[in-house]
Design a binder for this molecule. Structure first.
Ligand code: 7RM
Length: 636
């Protein structure tokens, strides 16, 4: 038990050392003492990064939902497991106790079974952020079905590609989804998608928006009456440790999405342990992660991590801008949120709005703030720290990936001090290394390199669905015997890690390797600049020249035009050098982004290079409408 809670820097040092010096003993004890197993394992770890093959707790049997639900019924049956905050603040929020969640999951599990879902089958979940989303995730896990959650903002094409890739036969969806003052017709999107998915035999529909929908006879069912009739008891399916728990798609920079496959036992251990410590969750706390369950942050830190720890986790259906840009802060006040976890893109968006929208809310319940998804720039970090945390909440800048399953590098409140723009130190059991371009490990500090992990950790993805070769090529072929993250990192003279961004975001100008991130950081220091993205365009002399897309804090200042461009280039010259000056600057009102706030550079690159006939799928963007605006500005 002792190693489960990390409470001081001494704890961290001691436990970290144990975890890397005697990893098998360490994980053996941690897993044995803190989870419920149906059967103990025969071996803690079998691994070979060359194949690659990674198996944790082999021979063990368990069900993750027994750990998320059943075991809390003894002491926490009436504790709130999920607080549901609807899109519309006038609609009442809902508190779901552990006992009630248990019954609702069991009912859902029984409905899935009645539609023929069996252990190992894949179930596609395409639902808005309503309780049924978490419930169906857990229902799949309970009966051993592999869930594949697809973010309910994705287009029909994105959806059908994902349904077909892992051959789902069942789809869970809703009539529609509320987003701000809009309704998105999810069922219609499913209908379109399913024209390309003939194998889908049942579609289960949650009624949320009461919009009119078409029900295909013999295939589509309203779920409510099925749930009402179902039994509230459902035994667990006993799973082997390495049985897949879920598939989650993550887009590569190009091409087809990768279905990352996560395991049952290792994922459970990793998501639970990181949640408890990185957010320093205490028993009465209210925890809120603003992500969508459609991406890994929601899987690990809305559903599994919190519920494994018997926490209260808040699910928000809506958007940060509705009914106004104070919505997040209103929710923090209303539910007395203690830990708040969001993305830099949200922070920057909200920082652009009037500070009154923050200050009119009582945020004194907050204890810990988190950030995830991309590097957080210093300005956003400071705004978050001062205005939201009131200088008293540690900020955890958590670096990790869909592939890693749980947080890998992060500070820990009152344990590892935070430092602006730094993720800081590896979590227990994580062994990050920096590699140079020749494949050698960089041993000294105050150095930058490619970020790799040299030893397995329990929650790492085991393969890409149906494409183990791609798994090997993408993550285990760049560096010998190491997992390559695709990110670059700087390590300072104290050994703290600062993630610098994807290493493929590098542009060679006149023979100089320029990372886009530091240039963007320099630009963002200008007090009128909100965000920027740099891409390269071919240039006769320099090889590439730099093209900057910039959004401003106030639209009116765009009239400053030429003089502002000059100031921006002066900043770059000062911070990086004249070599990094931008040849072209386009002021735009927004940048094309994925849900998690990652700029889709592919699109910006194609527009700057006049390749707009072939932009690829833009429907997975958060703001697809911005693409037309940018095209018309750049190619006027
Ligand atoms: C959790 C998530 C993974 C990529 C990763 C990084 C970037 C994520 C941070 C970050 C700097 C952070 N999964 N990234 N967190 N960069 N600091 N704290 O985002 O699969 O969607 O993305 O996101 O490039 O490789 S993800």
């Amino acid at each position: 038990m002792s190693n489960y809670n990390i409470n001081s820097s001494e704890d961290y040092k001691r436990i970290y050392d144990e975890s890397v010096n005697h990893p098998e003993k360490f994980w053996n004890d941690l897993a044995k003492d803190n989870f419920k197993w149906q059967k103990h394992w025969d071996s803690v770890l079998n691994w070979d990064f060359k194949k690659p093959e990674i198996r944790w707790f082999e021979g063990a049997q368990l069900n993750i939902t027994e750990n998320c639900l059943d075991r809390h019924l003894i002491n926490k049956a009436q504790k709130t497991a999920i607080i549901f905050e609807p899109n519309n603040p006038k609609e009442k929020s809902e508190h779901i106790t552990y006992e009630s969640l248990f019954h609702r999951v069991n009912k859902m599990a029984n409905v899935l079974k009645s539609k023929g879902v069996k252990k190992g089958d894949r179930v596609c979940i395409y639902l808005p952020m309503i309780p049924e989303l978490a419930i169906s995730v857990l229902a799949c896990a309970r009966i051993g079905a592999v869930h594949s959650v697809v973010f309910a903002g994705f287009s029909a094409i994105a959806l059908s590609t994902r349904i077909n890739d892992c051959n789902c036969k069942i789809v869970l969806t809703s009539d529609g989804s509320f987003r701000g003052n809009k309704i998105l017709d999810l069922k219609k999107i499913v209908d379109t998608a399913l024209k390309d998915c003939p194998q889908v035999s049942s579609v289960l529909v949650v009624e949320r928006t009461k919009t009119k929908i078409h029900l295909e006879k013999g295939r589509d069912y309203l779920i409510e009456s099925l749930l009402n009739e179902a039994s509230q008891d459902c035994p667990i399916e006993v799973m082997d440790s390495e049985d897949p728990l879920f598939v989650l798609y993550t887009s590569g920079s190009t091409g087809k999405p990768k279905g990352m496959v996560h395991s049952s036992a290792g994922y459970m251990v990793g998501s639970a342990y990181t949640f408890k410590n990185i957010f320093q969750y205490k028993d009465e706390d209210i925890y809120w992660c603003t992500a969508d369950i459609g991406w890994i942050t929601g899987h690990s830190y809305i559903v599994y991590g919190p519920l494994l720890n018997g926490a209260t986790t808040l699910m928000f259906e809506g958007v940060p801008s509705y009914p106004d840009y104070g919505r997040f802060w209103e929710i923090v006040e209303k539910h007395k949120v203690n830990q708040f976890y969001t993305a830099p893109t949200a922070i920057r968006t909200l920082a652009k709005e009037s500070i009154d929208l923050v200050n009119k809310h009582d945020l004194s319940s907050l204890k810990v703030l988190g950030s995830v998804g991309e590097p957080i720039n210093e300005e956003a970090w400071k705004w978050y720290n001062i205005n939201i945390g009131k200088n008293k909440c540690p900020i955890v800048d958590t670096w990790w990936q869909t592939e890693t399953g749980s947080i890998m590098i992060s500070s820990i409140p009152n344990v590892i001090e935070s430092k602006p723009t730094y993720a800081t130190l590896p979590f227990i059991g994580i062994q990050p290394v920096l590699m140079d371009e020749n494949g050698n490990e960089i041993l000294e500090n105050d150095a930058e390199g490619r970020l790799c992990i040299k030893y397995p950790w329990p929650s790492m993805a085991r393969t890409i669905w149906g494409d183990h070769k791609r798994y090997k090529e993408t993550y285990f072929s760049s560096f010998d015997n190491k997992y390559f993250t695709g990110d670059g990192s700087y390590r300072d003279n104290k050994g703290l890690f600062r993630i610098t961004g994807r290493v493929d975001d590098v542009i060679i100008v006149s023979g100089h390797n320029l990372g886009t991130a530091p240039i963007e950081d320099a630009i963002n220091e200008h007090n009128l600049v909100a965000e920027s993205a740099i891409i390269g365009v071919p240039h006769d002399i320099k090889g590439n020249s730099l093209f900057g897309y910039i959004t401003l804090k106030e639209a009116s200042s765009a009239s400053l035009g030429e003089s502002l461009k000059k100031e921006i280039n002066q900043l770059i010259s000062k911070q990086i050098g004249p070599i990094a000056k931008l040849d072209h600057i386009e002021f735009v009102s927004g940048l094309p982004k994925t849900r998690s706030g990652k700029i889709m550079r592919r699109i910006l690159r194609k527009i700057a290079n006049n390749e707009i006939d072939n932009l690829g799928d833009t429907s997975t963007l958060l703001n697809p409408e911005i693409v037309d605006e940018i095209i018309s500005k750049v190619l006027h």
